[in-house]
Design a protein around this ligand. Structure first.
Ligand SMILES: *Cc1c(COP(=O)(O)O)cnc(C)c1O
Length: 418
């Protein structure tokens, strides 16, 4: 039994931590960029940040438990490379999980401070970004309006991210890939906002993937989080390669610029190589896009280095689209399954799975470049996208073993009575 004074204190501490957690959640915090970013990034998000994500996300090394493990042993152990994983699939539950919530913490703070009453954004039919925006908007009392690109404009489904969008009572608008390509996503968002304004609403617009000069701060902050973890857990080990999926460019901007500025500030002799695996557009497109976002963030470099040269120097973009955006090859799906068996971790078919699949191909084609190195794979989430692939995954015979139990000893399965 605790004595009365101690008991009072433990109740007080419990109460105090509950209160401080909930007030943090319900308040916009002013945002103070890390010291290393303040030096070079001059346009800080004006309205701070809502704490919505579960941070820091876990960081750990993946260890092979099986000599036949084709990914971990034969790709990484074989060249004495170590694979680490940063679990940004764990930033939230089914509602917020994935990389987008890091950007939405800044974007939605801006929306609330501007007294908006609804949020407009856009993406593919199974967009993780639209799902996270719908959920986070509801958390802050804003109504989500989503423009979704789909071949089947008349019949929006219920699976994966769509189920969450529907549960959040999002207002959904559909358009075809042709219409989307012709008008452009920014113009579509602008016109829908105009339409809502004419109805007396006050919309806040968010571009594809939340990738602009405000949202991308989420990954500047994430680099700070990662490097603090890395120094604490693995202090003397070098971080040689960082790899992740790239769709709209905001994550790549934050990680590439963040890594470069962090190491510049700390006067490191060696910079980690940052590899963004593009899953929709060409590498050259992403370089231009990342350059544009970096300028929006007020990137100010010493002497006369141009933003584009700086981006080219610190970001390696690789074509990893395969059969096309959100389309999976048999090899990619087998890779997802194999990775799940070896690690217990689910990758998604549209982004993280393609990123690690292509990176493993790169290692196998040029093992010398990765020999003995420490490689970080940044898992960006997206598991709900798997529901779209059930039809392609279920045909495979190497999946789980299913047995009938013979409870009554009738000889129709595995008999547990003996
Ligand atoms: C959106 C997304 C990405 C790509 O991030 P961008 O910042 O849009 O480039 C990667 N993985 C998942 C699971 C995503 O949903």
């Amino acid at each position: 039994m605790l004595n009365p004074t101690l008991r009072f204190y433990s109740i007080f501490i419990m109460f105090h931590s509950m209160v401080s957690r909930s007030t943090a959640f319900q308040r916009i915090l002013p945002y103070q960029p890390p010291l290393w970013a303040q030096e070079y990034l001059k346009t800080v998000p004006p309205h701070g940040r809502w704490l919505l994500a579960n941070l820091p996300t876990p960081l750990y090394q993946l260890i092979s438990h099986n000599h036949d493990a084709s990914i971990l042993s034969q790709t990484f152990d074989a060249i004495q490379a170590s694979l680490f994983i940063k679990r940004d699939d764990s930033t939230g539950g089914v509602e917020l999980g994935g990389n987008k919530i890091r950007k939405l913490e800044f974007l939605l703070a801006d929306a609330v401070e501007q007294n908006c009453d609804c949020v407009v954004t856009i993406g593919g039919i199974q967009s993780n970004h639209c799902r996270a925006t719908a959920s986070a908007s509801r958390m802050l009392g804003l109504e989500p309006h989503l423009i979704l690109r789909t071949r089947n404009v008349e019949e929006v489904g219920w699976e994966g991210n769509l189920l969450i969008n529907r549960m959040m009572k999002s207002v959904i608008y559909t358009c075809t890939p042709g219409e989307y390509g012709k008008m452009g996503s920014d113009e579509l968002v602008r016109r829908l906002c105009q339409h809502l304004v004419s109805q007396g609403r006050k919309p806040y617009s968010i571009p594809v993937g939340g990738s602009n000069g405000i949202g991308s701060w989420g990954y500047i902050n994430a680099v700070d989080e990662l490097m603090q973890q890395w120094e604490t857990i693995f202090h003397n080990r070098s971080l040689d390669h960082v790899v992740f999926a790239c769709g709209s460019g905001g994550t790549a901007t934050g990680i590439a610029i963040g890594m470069a500025l962090y190491h510049l500030h700390h006067q490191s002799s060696k910079f980690p190589k940052v590899h963004a695996i593009g899953v929709c557009d060409d590498p050259e497109y992403f370089i231009k896009y990342v350059t544009n976002i970096s300028d929006q963030m007020g990137l100010t470099l010493p002497s006369d280095t141009s933003t584009e040269d700086f981006v080219r120097k610190h970001l390696h973009v690789v074509q990893g689209k395969g059969l096309g955006y959100a389309m999976s090859s048999t090899e990619e799906l087998s890779f997802l399954r194999q990775f799940a068996i070896e690690t217990g971790i689910v990758l998604d078919p549209v982004y993280s799975g393609k990123a690690l699949y292509n990176f493993c191909q790169m290692i196998r084609q040029d093992p010398e470049s990765y020999h003995g190195s420490n490689i970080l794979f940044w898992h960006t989430g997206g598991a709900l996208g798997l529901y779209d692939k059930v039809g392609e995954l279920e045909g495979d015979q190497t999946g789980a073993v299913v047995n009938r139990l013979d409870i009554y000893g009738k000889g129709n399965g595995i008999n547990l009575n003996r």
